[in-house]
Design a protein around this ligand. Structure first.
Ligand code: ATP
Ligand code: MG
Ligand code: MG
Length: 547
């Protein structure tokens, strides 16, 4: 196997272990349970759990649940299921930031006592004006010199629920002229009179991300706290808290480039909007870039892990071509998915020289080069279905399918020759009469007139009938997020539903989620919903340009 060079985080951890900075490493994946996980999260999961695996360490799953307003247990549960489905397991019990709220509150009091935090009564608008800008230093809050006793008392009363939302916050006392705006007396606690999915009504003040995250890392003994680049400007504050609090360990923060995909929106807010406004059927709609969506679309965990491996880990943000992700799943299914025949738009063919009371049983390999996949049984009889697209009354030489008066091979079966097209009153072809050429199983016709091409077919007397969802990209713009309204870029043809498709009989027993290559059509998987037989198109057969 080819050796991949170590990415910058692997290099760094290797060195930390070699030089004894750490004897063992611990990472964490810290989602906020305010939506389903998307493919960007998959990158973070593969990175954090992957580093732990590579270096014999541990990785925690921690819900960063400090903002109850948008959070829900539905999300908690989906996130755990998605991490497991991707093939990872966390160290010990799942963790919740909310289970550290008592400790965080004590540490807030500690900072007040040290003269390093104060309760501030500025409202949001005033606080903005005092904060300054990138080029202008901020101004000290008039509440900054409050006594320790007064701030301690007000903080406790904030906790008791005495004050309205937005009327008071707890702030760190750092430097209102600091070049980094995050260091200008950042907020540690705000009042939110909101029940929490884990702590119920116990709290009405909640810590900010900045005040919570590093301390959570310290409590859990995280050695390498890896986050996306937009937090680089928060690192000085992360370090300030670790330096100024009696924390049990000193975690360090490192940043990497977040994943963006072409033809895709990635923020949970926008994904939630797609769900809430019914542009898709739910978070697990097969067109969604969520892990649940990809699962239902027929992506395998291995293909998502492979993709995350292919794109690598860098110190800059970038947009990855969605064709790379499509390549990863196509490659996986090409190697592993059993083959099957399916007819999306059935057209009946009656084989006039085949006895009405006769049937036979043909076979076909499960996969062209996978002996471990079971051989398929293909019933054959006088009436079969082919695809409407595979018949023409007349056609030029490029059309290598069935043409009136010409021959075609039925995949894994006989050669037939079309004799007559039966039409309805509007002139539409509703049935074909054809002749079967004897002794053409795996042989050319004895008269030397070879068939033009090979098409799939299904026996009418013994087949599976189902619905097929033909999915395409949800957006028809490469950068739906750029500029205007992303909803304007929705692809109106992202889902085409075909009813009454037919397929070889084995498909009736397809396991939920099982993937197939429907020969000449693409890769499909059995949908997870209900008892009805439904197949979702995962991806077409051919690469759309990715090299
Ligand atoms: P969003 O902006 O989509 O809501 P988020 O960063 O707010 O995402 P979190 O639940 O806080 O979502 O993310 C959990 C972890 O996943 C974080 O460590 C975050 O850095 C990482 N993550 C989120 N989105 C991406 C992405 N697009 N690429 C890589 N990592 C990501
Ligand atoms: Mg976040
Ligand atoms: Mg977010």
């Amino acid at each position: 196997a080819e050796e991949k060079p170590l990415n910058f985080l692997e290099q760094l951890i290797k060195k930390d272990l070699e030089t004894g900075v750490h004897t063992a490493i611990r990472t964490r994946f810290p989602p906020e349970p305010n939506g389903y996980l998307h493919i960007g999260h998959a990158k973070s999961i593969c990175l954090n759990f992957g580093l732990a695996q590579t270096f014999g360490g541990e990785c925690n799953l921690r819900f960063d649940d400090t903002n109850p307003a948008k959070e829900d247990v539905e999300y908690v549960e989906s996130i755990m299921a998605d991490v497991r489905w991707l093939g990872f397991d966390w160290s010990g019990e799942v963790r919740y930031a909310s289970s550290y709220f008592d400790t965080l509150y004590e540490w807030a009091q500690y900072l007040v006592k040290e003269g390093k935090a104060y309760v501030c009564d500025l409202n949001a608008e005033e606080a903005r004006a005092y904060r300054g800008t990138l080029t202008e230093p901020g101004k000290n809050s008039p509440y900054r010199e409050r006594s320790v006793e007064e701030s301690l008392d007000l903080l406790e009363r904030m906790k008791q629920g005495e004050f309205d939302e937005g009327t008071k916050v707890l702030r760190a006392k750092i430097d209102m002229a600091h070049g980094n705006i995050n260091m200008r007396d950042p907020i540690l606690y705000r009042i939110r009179k909101q029940a929490h999915h884990q702590t119920g009504d116990k709290w009405c003040i909640y810590p900010t991300y900045d005040f919570a995250h590093g301390q959570e890392d310290a409590i859990e003994g995280i050695t390498h706290s890896i986050c996306t680049l937009e937090f680089a400007d928060h690192r000085p504050l992360y370090e300030w808290f670790i330096e100024n609090l009696p924390v049990p360990a000193k975690p360090r923060q490192f940043e990497f480039g977040r994943l963006n995909l072409s033809y895709t929106v990635m923020s949970k807010r926008k994904l939630k909007q797609l769900v809430d406004e019914n542009h898709v059927s739910g978070w697990d709609d097969p067109r969604m870039p969520t892990i649940a969506g990809y699962r239902r679309r027929g992506y395998t965990p291995a293909s998502l892990r492979k993709f995350c491996d292919m794109i690598g880990v860098t110190k800059s943000d970038g947009v990855v071509d969605v064709a790379m992700l499509e390549h990863a799943i196509r490659d996986d299914l090409d190697k592993n998915a059993p083959r099957a025949m399916c007819v999306l738009r059935p057209l009946k063919v009656v084989l006039t020289n085949y006895p009405a009371d006769k049937t036979e049983s043909l076979t076909a390999p499960g996969h062209p080069n996978r002996d471990d996949l079971p051989v398929r049984t293909l019933p054959f009889g006088r009436e079969i279905y082919i695809d409407q697209e595979d018949f023409r009354e007349e056609a030029n030489k490029k059309y290598k399918r069935l043409v009136l008066g010409k021959r075609v091979r039925l995949r894994n079966a006989y050669v037939i020759e079309a004799e007559e097209a039966i039409k309805d009153e509007q002139g539409g072809v509703i049935e074909i009469r054809a002749r079967l050429l004897e002794e053409t199983l795996g042989e050319d016709p004895a008269d030397g007139v070879k068939p033009k091409g090979v098409i799939q077919w299904v026996a009418a007397h013994d087949c599976a009938t189902f619905t097929v969802n033909l999915y395409d990209r949800l957006f028809n713009e490469a950068a739906p997020d750029a500029g205007g309204e992303f909803l304007q870029c929705l692809n109106p043809d992202s889902l085409v539903v075909l009813e009454n498709c037919v397929g070889e009989k084995g498909l009736a027993e397809a396991a939920v989620g099982a993937g197939y290559q429907f020969e000449r059509e693409g890769y499909f998987c059995r949908d997870t919903s209900g008892e009805k037989l439904i197949f979702n198109r995962t991806i077409g057969l051919r690469d759309s340009g990715f090299k």
